[in-house]
Design a protein around this ligand. Structure first.
Ligand code: SAM
Length: 483
C-alpha cells in the first residue's frame, strides 16, 4: 500500500472550469466549517471512477455523494480525507493508495503537489493528452455538440516550454523571502528554485532573484515579478508599487550582473499609473513566427503584453488556423482579441486584408508596429469587445469573409449571439479558446444559428496542467457554396 504525505493539500478551486457535476459558471455553495468535523466521507475508502475536467479523480462516498479527489486516477482504490464540504460534492485528498493506475508516473518535479503551477504530473503524458481531448468532447456533448471521432493533438516537448511566468514574492514570519507560484487554490506561496516547465533561461533566474530580494532593505515592497524569454531577448520586470530609495542601488547592481547574461531588468513602480524603467539597455523582445509557406514573421513584444506561453505549440496552432482558413489576396479578415498580431500578421502576410481588434491600447500600438516591421498593411484598431454592439458594428463595417476569435477565458458569448443572428456574416470562423466550457457554450449558439463545426484540434500549450487550447473551424451553412 502506497503511503502518501500526511499533510492536507491546500484547498483548490476548479482550475479548468466545469467540475464534473457543477455547471460552468455556477458558484459552488459555501464551504462548511472545519474539515475534520464534516461529511460522511471524512476518512473512507473509495474507488476512483473517472477524471473531472480539472484532472481530479471522481469517486462516490458510501452515502453516494460525489467526491473530487486530488491526484487520484481512475481505477485506483484510495483512502481519502475530505478537506472541503459543499452541498452537492466534497473535495478530498488521498491518505493511502491501495493500487496504482497503469497511467500513473513519478512526477518529474520535486515541488509537485505543493506548487500550484502544475497539477497533472502524476499522469503519463499520453494520459494527460487523452484526458484533455476527452474533456473537450464531454463539455461539447453537454451542449449537444458532436465532435469528430479523431481530434488532432498539437503538442511538442513536455518540459522547458514555458516562456513567460508571473512569480509571487512574499516574506514569511522569519523574514525569509519566498519566490514562486501559489499553492493550488490558495494565496500561500511555494518557494521554488527549480521549475520543470519554465524554459531553462527563466528557471535559472529563480535563485538569483530570491537572493537579491532577500538582500533588499525593504523586500516586502516587491509585489510580483514577471519573466519573459523571447527569440530577441529575455527580461525580468519587478513590480514595486512603493519603491524604497535605499534599494535602488541594489537593483542597479543586479541589472548589471544580469546584463552580462543577456537578461534585462525593469522596475515597474508607482500605484495608479505604474511607470516602467529599464535599468540599462532596454531589450529587443521579439518572437519569430515561422509558418509553412510564409517568410518568418517578427513580432515585437513588451512586458505586460499577452504572449502565448509555449512558442512551439503556438507556431503549430497558428499554422493550423492558417491552413484551415487559407487566407488569400482579396479576402477580408477580422481578427478579434488580436493581441500583438499572432494571427493577424500571418493572415496579412498571406495576402488577406486584415482588420485586427484589440482592447489594450499598448498592444494595439505594438500590433500596428509589428505590421510595419514586417512590411504588412493591416488595420489595427482598439475596441472593448464586451461593449454591446461593438462586434455588430465591426462585422458591418468590414464585411469580413473570415473571422478569427481568440477571447480570454470568459469566451465571446455576445459576439457569438450577434454572429448567430446576423444576416451578413463571415463564411468561416476560427475560434481559438483557452476554456473549453465557454467555447462549447459559444459554439452551441453558433451551430444553432447556422454554422457547423468543420475541424477541431486540441493544443497542449500547458503540458502537466489541466489547461489547454482548443481550435475550431466553423463554416456558415447558409452561404452559397456551402455543401
Ligand atoms: C487569449 S489573448 C489572445 C491574443 C492573440 N490572439 C494571441 O494569440 O496572442 C486575448 C486578448 O484579448 C484581449 N482582450 C481581453 N478582453 C478584451 C476586450 N473586452 N476587448 C478587446 N480585447 C480584449 C487581451 O488584451 C488579449 O490580448
Amino acid at each position: 500500500m502506497a503511503m502518501l504525505g500526511k499533510k492536507r493539500p491546500p484547498r483548490r478551486q476548479s482550475g479548468i472550469s466545469g467540475l464534473a457535476r457543477v455547471p460552468h459558471g455556477e458558484k459552488a455553495p459555501p464551504e462548511s466549517q472545519a474539515p475534520e468535523a464534516q461529511s460522511d466521507a471524512a476518512a473512507s475508502t473509495v474507488t476512483v471512477e473517472r477524471l473531472a475536467h480539472d484532472g481530479r479523480g471522481v469517486a462516490r462516498s458510501a452515502a453516494g455523494k460525489t467526491l473530487f479527489v486530488t491526484q487520484a486516477l481512475p481505477g485506483e482504490r484510495v483512502e481519502v480525507a475530505v478537506h472541503r464540504t459543499r452541498k452537492r460534492f466534497d473535495e478530498a485528498h488521498v491518505k493511502r493508495r491501495a493500487n496504482d493506475s497503469p497511467r500513473r508516473v513519478t512526477p518529474p518535479c520535486a515541488y509537485f503537489g505543493r506548487c500550484g503551477g502544475c497539477d497533472l504530473q502524476h499522469m503519463a503524458l499520453d494520459a494527460q493528452r487523452e484526458h484533455k481531448v476527452a474533456a473537450v468532447r464531454e463539455l461539447c456533448a453537454r451542449q449537444g455538440l458532436e465532435l469528430p471521432a479523431d481530434m488532432e493533438m498539437l503538442a511538442t516537448r513536455a518540459e522547458d516550454y514555458r516562456r513567460r511566468a508571473r512569480l509571487g514574492v512574499n516574506v514569511d514570519g522569519q523574514g525569509r523571502v519566498l519566490v514562486g507560484f501559489r499553492a493550488a487554490g490558495s494565496q500561500r506561496l511555494v518557494d521554488i528554485d527549480r521549475c520543470h516547465v519554465l524554459v531553462p533561461k527563466l528557471a535559472a533566474l529563480l535563485a538569483p532573484l530570491r537572493e537579491v530580494i532577500q538582500a533588499l532593505e525593504a523586500p516586502r515592497r516587491v509585489g510580483h515579478v514577471e519573466l519573459v524569454d523571447t527569440a530577441g531577448g529575455c527580461a525580468i520586470t519587478v513590480r514595486q508599487p512603493r519603491p524604497h530609495a535605499n534599494d535602488a542601488e541594489r537593483w542597479r547592481a543586479f541589472a548589471d550582473r544580469l546584463a552580462a547574461q543577456g537578461v534585462a531588468l525593469a522596475l515597474l513602480e508607482g500605484r495608479d499609473a505604474p511607470r516602467l524603467e529599464w535599468l540599462g539597455e532596454p531589450p529587443a523582445l521579439a518572437e519569430t513566427l515561422a509558418l509553412p509557406g510564409l517568410a518568418p514573421l517578427e513580432l515585437g513584444v513588451a512586458p505586460g503584453d499577452f504572449l502565448q506561453a509555449n512558442a512551439a505549440v503556438n507556431a503549430q496552432m497558428v499554422a493550423r488556423v492558417m491552413e484551415w482558413l487559407a487566407p488569400s489576396p482579396g479576402e477580408r479578415y477580422l481578427d478579434l482579441f488580436a493581441g500583438i498580431g499572432n494571427f493577424s500578421l500571418p493572415a496579412a502576410a498571406a495576402g488577406a486584408s486584415v482588420t485586427a481588434v484589440e482592447g489594450h491600447p499598448a498592444m494595439v500600438e505594438r500590433l500596428a508596429a509589428n505590421a510595419r516591421r514586417n512590411g504588412l498593411d493591416l488595420r489595427a484598431t482598439r475596441a472593448d469587445l464586451n461593449v454591446p454592439g461593438t462586434a455588430a458594428a465591426l462585422l458591418d463595417e468590414t464585411a469580413a469573409d473570415a473571422l478569427i476569435l481568440d477571447p480570454p477565458r470568459a469566451g465571446a458569448e455576445a459576439i457569438c449571439r450577434t454572429l448567430a443572428d446576423a444576416v451578413s456574416r463571415p463564411a468561416q470562423l476560427a475560434y481559438v479558446s483557452c476554456d473549453p466550457a465557454t467555447l462549447a457554450r459559444d459554439v452551441a449558439r453558433l451551430t444553432a444559428g447556422g454554422y457547423r463545426i468543420g475541424q477541431v484540434a486540441v493544443a497542449d500549450m500547458f503540458v502537466h496542467t489541466a489547461h489547454m487550447e482548443t481550435l475550431m473551424l466553423l463554416e456558415d451553412i447558409r452561404q452559397p457554396g456551402a455543401s
